[in-house]
Design a protein around this ligand. Structure first.
Ligand SMILES: Cc1ncc(COP(=O)(O)O)c(C=O)c1O
Length: 376
């Protein structure tokens, strides 16, 4: 990528996100191959895990079975801009949102007979039959029909005139562990499918695998996978690195706005946490926690400049990060990589999560929506 990243009006960005769509499509292929499933519900909720909803949807449009999001706003935005790819809404719908969702042709998830009846009634009044996926709670403990009650509830749903039961799914709270808990979830879900089949209730789509389960669980009862994080080349668990190779899609860049010498005894930043013990070069970047850099990472964090790694000089501020460049040469306008690769050195979302004591999901989903996203 060039040093000069410009927006349409020719103004240079101080900080920006670079997106590579080749690895995104390669990660998709890897997931399909690993799971031996062609149907993919690509989870692109939360602004495509912070990567940029429009940019990621544009790259995946027409290539996946569904786009999966959690908010009606994101669902309708996708429907409007990428009508060729069906949109699946995981989230709950409040009564006032229902008609927009139905008119928008969004694939809905239902977790109760009451909600199913509400959707059915509204659909009938529109002269329609709405396809839905039923969510089963096998242990996640949030939404979903509790698996032990699900049989009779689904039989009642099947009789609703305005509803078409298109899919059924469940979700794992500990997908990365192939332990007894997960086994029980799979078994109970399977038994439910069998008992429904005996009553001639069958589903076009049956799904339960997020990224971790896609990599660690093989079961013939499903026919679609539901990956999120690995699509973006990020691992939900470091133990899964050996299972398949995924390549990061996103890099985070910033441009040095100030270079200065800091002398022994002088401090940089809030709390005076950084006090120079020898004369050093400090660079300031226009990227702070308001852009999504985690405040908690500052003690362990590093960034890349000219392919070398440097620690932060003090705490992360709202709009700025200071970097201790030691004896290195740098100038205003130089590009610094906060996440991504430079000359073989790499910082991953997993690294930043580790420094901040959090999970990589949080690192990427918190990247400010206002950062420019540049597809390279
Ligand atoms: C219901 C559901 N399925 C799939 C996913 C994708 O999970 P992952 O990003 O771990 O692949 C999520 C993510 O939160 C989810 O809520």
């Amino acid at each position: 990528m060039t040093e000069l990243v410009q927006n349409a009006s020719g103004v240079q960005h101080g900080s920006w996100i670079e997106l590579r769509t080749d690895p995104l499509l390669e990660n998709l292929r890897t997931l399909r191959k690993h799971a031996r499933q062609n149907d993919v519900l690509a989870v692109i909720k939360a602004n495509a895990y912070g990567h940029g909803l429009t940019e990621i949807a544009r790259a995946l449009a027409g290539q996946v079975t569904y786009f999966g999001v959690a908010s009606l706003r994101e669902a309708l935005e996708l429907k409007e801009n990428f009508p060729q790819t069906p949109v699946f809404l995981f989230g709950h719908l409040f009564p006032h949102e229902l008609s927009a969702a139905l008119l928008g042709g969004i694939m809905l998830s239902v977790s109760s007979l009451e909600k199913a009846a509400e959707i059915s009634a509204q659909s009938e009044s529109l002269g329609r039959k709405t396809p839905v996926h039923i969510k089963i709670d096998t242990g996640m403990g949030r939404m979903g029909i509790p698996v032990r009650d699900a049989g009779p509830v689904i039989e009642k749903m099947a009789r609703l005139k305005g509803l078409m039961l298109d899919g059924i799914y469940t979700h794992f709270p500990t997908a990365e562990k192939s332990d007894a808990f997960r086994e029980t979830q799979v078994r109970e879900f399977g038994l439910l499918l069998q008992s429904l089949e005996k009553k001639s209730i069958v589903f076009r789509y049956r799904h339960l695998s997020n990224s971790a389960a896609t990599l660690t669980l093989e079961t013939p009862m499903i026919n679609m996978i539901r990956p999120g994080l690995t699509l973006y080349g990020i691992y939900p668990d470091q133990n899964l690195r050996t299972a398949a190779s995924f390549k990061p899609v996103l890099s985070l860049k910033s441009r040095i706005l100030l270079v200065k010498k800091v002398h022994p005894g002088e401090s940089v930043g809030y709390g005076r946490e950084f006090i120079a013990t020898k004369t050093t070069t400090v660079a300031v970047l226009p990227f702070g926690y308001s852009h999504g850099y985690p405040y908690a990472a500052w003690k362990k964090a590093s960034v890349l400049h000219a392919g070398k790694r440097y620690p932060l000089a003090g705490k992360v501020s709202m709009d700025y990060i200071a970097v201790d460049l030691g004896d290195a040469e740098a100038k205003e306008g130089d590009t610094v990589t906060l996440l991504g690769e430079e000359k073989g050195e790499r910082i991953t979302a997993e690294d930043i999560a580790h420094w901040a004591g959090t999970i990589p999901y949080e690192i990427v989903t918190r990247l400010s929506a206002s950062l420019p996203r540049i597809v390279v």
